[in-house]
Design a protein around this ligand. Structure first.
Ligand SMILES: [Zn+2]
Length: 413
């Protein structure tokens, strides 16, 4: 009896708890039509967030190239194939995607736009390699120099067109929009990920640039060993796709990056270097520190901070950024390059003690003595010997007027 009674009570309760109003009748077709509309909205929202992320990332990674140890060709076209899953229909109808990588949008002012590409173009081959062979294409891209011309064959309607894009060198750490609505961002040594939650939290492009710059800085400063990240996260299989189609969709398996792999010191350094990238990209940095006040309002638990926390407190981050803003303004006023200062006073080149990346790209951007030529070798005290691969800039990018910015490759340690 003691066992049965609660069951009876439950039955009686559910018996009473049915709706009593007449309501309205809705057909299955109506609901299905609305579901399609809502999926279209999701697709449009994802593309628009990707475009915003891409534009901010473009500006930071092309203008901040002098701070990057890993440089690759950037051309500013967003490509995608039709994703698997519920968004497939919307992507085909709204953006003309297919199994061939299709141009979704072009970054304004990018080489791809200048070359005459258009949204909807289907890219059949790049560098003479069919885009269907993603492995060969990733390999080809890796071996190309950043400014090598990039021949493309494109299908537009019934026509097949040839283009030659002239890429620009950029920090070679692609950005991916992670689908989660949580407030976070990640760097895994090779790419950066910004969640949809963070995209929405960052109200202005300046705020987004602060976040993207911070994540880029984790990679440029080699805070995490890319190989370790790959081993831990199993990211390798995603990589070719991410590089070629910049696949931002169906990336749910993508997120558990090394959020806890950094120390507070590295976090503070990423804030500092990221702010320099922002300044180098021409963003207004004056209000950047206040981002951490808004973050404090959203996460009051981080205002005071603790030693064991992975990140410095929001109060520390705010005032440290304010001091960094002052430092950058002094440099800008005196006409110095907007490049972070290193403790030992040596030239800043991302991290000059870094090993070649997992992609094998060992070229490092560095300030070298004026007058160096391609093929010259030189020694960095306490670091090793380098060979000059390319003079990138002879004006403005280095703290001293007696230095040029060059792409160099390590010869010995
Ligand atoms: Zn961080």
């Amino acid at each position: 009896m003691r066992v049965v009674l609660p069951v009876l009570v439950a039955l009686l309760l559910t018996g009473c708890a049915s709706p009593t109003t007449q309501r309205v009748s809705v057909s299955k077709e109506q609901t299905a039509t609305e579901a399609q509309k809502q999926l279209d909205i999701v697709a449009e929202e994802l593309i628009s967030e990707t475009k915003r992320l891409r534009e901010v990332h473009w500006r930071l990674s092309t203008k901040g190239v002098a701070m990057c140890p890993k440089v690759g060709p950037a051309w500013g076209a967003e490509l995608a194939t039709t994703p698997k899953g519920e968004l497939a229909g919307s992507m085909v109808r709204l953006y003309g995607t297919s199994e061939v990588p299709t141009v979704l949008f072009l970054v304004p002012g990018s080489p791809a736009e200048a070359a005459g590409l258009r949204p909807g173009d289907r890219v059949l081959s790049i560098y003479g390699t069919p885009t269907s062979d993603t492995k060969a294409l990733a390999e080809k891209r890796r071996t190309m120099k950043a400014q090598d011309p990039m021949p493309l064959v494109v299908r537009r309607g019934v026509e097949e067109l040839k283009f030659e894009v002239k890429p620009v060198p950029a920090c070679d750490y692609p950005a991916v929009l992670a689908p989660q609505q949580i407030l976070n961002a990640f760097a895994d040594g090779e790419r950066i990920m910004i969640t949809r939650g963070m995209m929405n939290f960052a109200r202005t492009d300046e705020e987004l640039a602060l976040v993207v710059g911070h994540e880029l800085a984790h990679n440029t400063m080699r805070h995490i060993d890319a190989k370790k990240a790959n081993a831990a996260g199993g990211f390798v299989a995603d990589l070719a796709l991410a590089v070629l189609t910049r696949g931002a969709y169906n990336q749910a398996n993508f997120a558990q990056a090394a959020a806890s792999a950094y120390s507070q010191e590295f976090e503070a350094e990423a804030d500092y270097v990221g702010l320099y990238m922002m300044a180098a990209a021409g963003y207004a940095i004056d209000d950047a520190p206040k981002f951490w006040r808004r973050m404090a309002a959203a996460n009051p638990g981080n205002i005071k901070g603790t030693h064991s926390a992975s990140h410095p407190s929001t109060s520390y981050r705010m005032v440290a950024l304010e001091e960094a803003v002052k430092e950058i303004k002094v440099k800008a006023a005196s006409g110095s390059a907007l490049i972070p200062t290193k403790k030992d006073g040596t030239a800043f080149a991302g991290t000059s003690s870094a090993a070649p990346g997992a992609g094998g790209a060992a070229e490092v951007s560095m300030c070298v003595q004026k007058g160096r030529r391609v093929g010259d070798t030189f020694k960095v005290p306490g670091d090793g010997e380098y060979v000059v691969r390319r003079i990138q800039s002879t004006a403005g990018n280095c703290p001293s007027s007696m230095a040029d910015n060059a792409l160099v490759e390590r010869v010995t340690r």
